[in-house]
Design a protein around this ligand. Sequence first.
Ligand code: DX5
Ligand code: ZN
Length: 220
Amino acid sequence: MKRPLIAASVLSADFARLGEELALLEQSGADLIHLDLMDGHYVPNLSFGMPIIKSIRAHTKLPLDAHLMVSNPSFYIEPLAELGVSWVTFHPDTEPHSHRLLHRIRQLGMKAGVALNPSEDTDQLKWLLPELDYVLLMSVNPGFSGQSFIPGIIDKAIGLKEMIRHSGYEIEIQVDGGVTGDNAQQLIDAGVTILVSASYIFNHPNYAQAIQNLRGNTYV
Ligand code: DX5
Ligand code: ZN
């Protein structure tokens, strides 16, 4: 599959028109639907849970990418697999047995990832690398869409790319938060292969144009 993948986060969608929004994202060339699960505990916001994900699954053919911003991620892995979610990330500071949880996600047939907050170092990934399909680098502090991109993440992505290259594993890098047409190319050049975007896509009058802007100029 060509890279970068564009993961449209429905956090900025019009939830009263979710079916139409999903159809529009699909027509506009989005590759993944990014689902931000928040429990009002790990992050100071609530979003949505399984009933909404079930409806989303029924209304799009696109693969679903769940980003768990919750205090007990292990509670949600089986239900997400049952609903047909394909990609799952959790924050390792919410799970004392990250290695085991990654393994379980893969056993259930999903791609497994961890999400690092802006303050967290990639060094902690060293012993998780064999269990990872992707790493999500947060480029805002998690909890809300529409925040400004933290530019230091570009260097973090470059360092992570090097760490992955050195390890020999095939692990993708996803960046999430404040991603726009203005910083997408820099991220792609840094080795990021999956760009998450909510407000940039949903605030754009033309979703297809927004997604095209996010692809940058090296879509291969
Ligand atoms: C933030 C979420 C993001 C959010 C991105 O905690 O993880 O996925 O929806 O929103 P934008 O693209 O508007 O920064
Ligand atoms: Zn997210």
